[in-house]
Design a protein around this ligand. Structure first.
Ligand SMILES: NC(=O)c1ccc[n+]([C@@H]2O[C@H](COP(=O)([O-])OP(=O)(O)OC[C@H]3O[C@@H](n4cnc5c(N)ncnc54)[C@H](OP(=O)(O)O)[C@@H]3O)[C@@H](O)[C@H]2O)c1
Length: 250
């Protein structure tokens, strides 16, 4: 296990960049990466650097917008993996700009793991409830009208990731809650799988899944939709409809 956490053939720890490190998900990812002994580089907006104070002496912070190619280029240099928080802030292509910078500038062969929500579909085979679709539609329209968030730009960002020739994984989060870790979430290739019906994951476990994906080659070129392993749907269905590569809930 220790070996797979280190660079092949060497004793150096993996070097991992977290793009969007100061957010809630970002800080959990930094914590999990440090727990594994990884070397961590975090990118966050200049005004948010203080939110990383608890990690001050243990990580390198590169301040700047996450869609700034110069900033991202400096941060990902020499990294074995890049964990990217995709959030579609504003209406100027923030999410797609961030994804494109990581895709273009991360070292060849690096593991690239991106976060988004269940609303992103890779192959159109996800089955959403009427309520879920209505909510996404309402948020998309209202947030864009208010010029706060552009959900379509997150869709575009993920399309670019899916079409890239990189070693990507796009982790699709359910609704999130705070709380102690329940362990690695279970996952399915498609929303609509009964194992996901509870639609709830602890935020720390979303981050755990992102960090674990770095060393899980079964997740390369997958877009796992995740749910907490202790939720009722995971407990009820993990054994019967266990999707490829998922963890059995206990
Ligand atoms: N929240 C949910 O219920 C939910 C559900 C499913 C999936 N997800 C996914 O989870 C990920 C992040 O979730 P989270 O709850 O951890 O979010 P969060 O804490 O709000 O973090 C979001 C990120 O956006 C940045 N940000 C905030 N305002 C910004 C602005 N005006 N301009 C540019 N950047 C800004 C934050 O940076 P600063 O620290 O600089 O503010 C932070 O890096 C996303 O990929 C999202 O799609 C979330």
């Amino acid at each position: 296990m220790e070996q797979e956490r280190e660079r092949a053939g060497g004793g150096d720890p993996l070097r991992v960049c977290v793009v969007g490190a100061s957010g809630k998900l970002g800080r959990y990812m930094v914590r999990h990466a440090l727990d594994r002994g990884y070397e961590v580089v975090g990118v966050c907006r200049e005004k948010s650097v203080g939110k990383l104070a608890e990690f001050a002496d243990r990580i390198t912070v590169v301040p700047g917008q996450t869609d700034d190619r110069e900033v991202v280029g400096r941060a990902v240099a020499g990294c074995d993996a890049v964990l990217t928080v995709l959030v579609p802030w504003g209406v100027r292509g923030y999410s797609s700009g961030t994804a494109q910078a990581v895709l273009d500038l991360a070292p060849e062969g690096a593991r690239l793991v991106f976060s988004c929500g269940w609303h992103i579909t890779r192959d159109g085979e996800d089955v959403y409830s009427r309520r879920f679709r209505a909510t996404v539609r309402a948020v998309t329209v209202l947030a864009r009208l208010a010029r706060v968030i552009d959900v379509d730009d997150q869709v575009e960002a993920c399309r670019r990731v899916f079409d890239s020739g990189t070693r990507w994984t796009v982790v699709r989060g359910s609704d999130l809650e705070e709380g102690e870790s329940e362990g690695l979430p279970v996952w399915s290739r498609h929303v609509g799988d009964p194992v996901l019906a509870s639609n709830l994951t602890r935020r720390t476990d979303f981050a755990l899944f992102m960090v674990e994906a770095i060393t899980d080659d079964a997740l390369v070129h997958e877009a796992p939709a995740i749910v907490g392993r202790r939720t009722p749907s995971a407990r009820a269905h993990a054994r019967t409809s266990r999707p490829h590569g998922s963890q059995e809930a206990r």
